[in-house]
Ligand binder design. Structure first.
Ligand SMILES: Nc1ncnc2c1ncn2[C@@H]1O[C@H](COP(=O)(O)OP(=O)(O)OP(=O)(O)O)[C@@H](O)[C@H]1O
Length: 259
């Protein structure tokens, strides 16, 4: 079941360096929220904090709260591995497991979660996830071939199939189309539209047209000055952000005056 995310007073550090300061926002269930902003303003850092991937970097930590379904993801006793199972992630470069078949790639997460599954259960998950990622018809006759044998766009859809196979509530996407050609990009954007029926999606993109095409809400991050932490300037409906944003800095960025 898709869930919303409530972020309050979030500061994100790399060691002593405060990379992102005092983020407060709500991300609604079953919507797509895009994050835009100039390089280095902390979009990816913020996204990785949403499923506790940030802290895998030595010295990296957060202060503040991220609440999903009433639970603070950083609360005492919360298992970061369980958080990452609920909140899946798709990265910039497609990263199928190189030695695995298409089939094994899709269920790799389920097997890691050590759920015992029968062959027919596994077959069902593979088909459902590949259909969900709009890849089934292209690969159904070669499920035992290596995942690396697919095109870049197909590999990215395979990674999305792998992410949804464990039935997360939320999907995070960090520039999922930046390594793809325009046709594969269009396929992923169509898929994002379909996935929001079932998932809450947060996506970082450098491409403002893409933010305008795929998202319901857009958040603009910025830096006050070089070396200062990034912060959220404005989160609004995508329509408002691109037509008449509340903050002049948003308008300057969107109209290409800086960044
Ligand atoms: N592993 C790291 N260790 C230390 N500092 C980091 C690390 N990763 C990112 N940073 C710093 O954190 C800040 C935010 O970086 P981040 O990559 O989140 O920005 P971004 O907005 O996603 O940038 P881009 O659009 O260029 O990908 C930058 O100052 C960056 O140098």
């Amino acid at each position: 079941m898709a869930k919303g995310i409530d972020v309050s007073n979030l500061n994100i550090y790399y060691g002593d360096f405060l990379a992102v300061e005092d983020v407060n926002m709500s991300i609604r269930a079953r919507t797509v929220t895009a994050f835009i902003g100039p390089s280095g303003c902390g979009k990816s850092t913020f996204l990785r904090s949403l499923n506790r991937m940030h802290e895998v970097i030595p010295g990296a930590r957060v202060e503040g709260k991220i609440v999903v379904d009433g639970q603070d993801l950083y609360g005492a006793g919360v298992d970061p591995v369980a958080v990452r199972r609920q909140i899946g992630m798709v990265f910039q470069r497609p990263n199928p497991f190189p030695t695995m078949s298409i089939y094994d790639n899709v269920v790799a997460g389920n097997r890691l979660n050590s759920r015992k599954m029968s062959k027919s259960q596994t077959d069902d998950i593979v088909e459902k996830s590949l259909r969900g990622a709009n890849l089934w018809t292209e690969v159904k006759d070669r499920l035992n071939k290596p995942g690396m044998g697919l095109s870049g766009g197909q590999q990215q859809r395979l990674c999305i199939a792998r992410a949804i196979a464990v039935e997360p509530q939320i999907l995070l996407m960090d520039e999922p189309c930046s390594a793809l050609d325009p046709i594969s990009t269009a396929a992923i954007e169509d898929l994002i539209h379909q996935l929001k029926n079932d998932y809450t999606i947060a996506i970082v993109t450098h491409n403002m047209q893409q933010a305008a095409r795929v998202s319901d809400f857009t958040g603009f991050f910025n830096l006050k000055a070089t070396g200062e932490p990034g912060h959220l300037v404005e989160l609004n409906t995508t329509k408002t952000m691109f037509a008449k944003p509340d903050n002049p800095a948003t308008e300057d960025y969107i109209s290409g005056r800086f960044g």
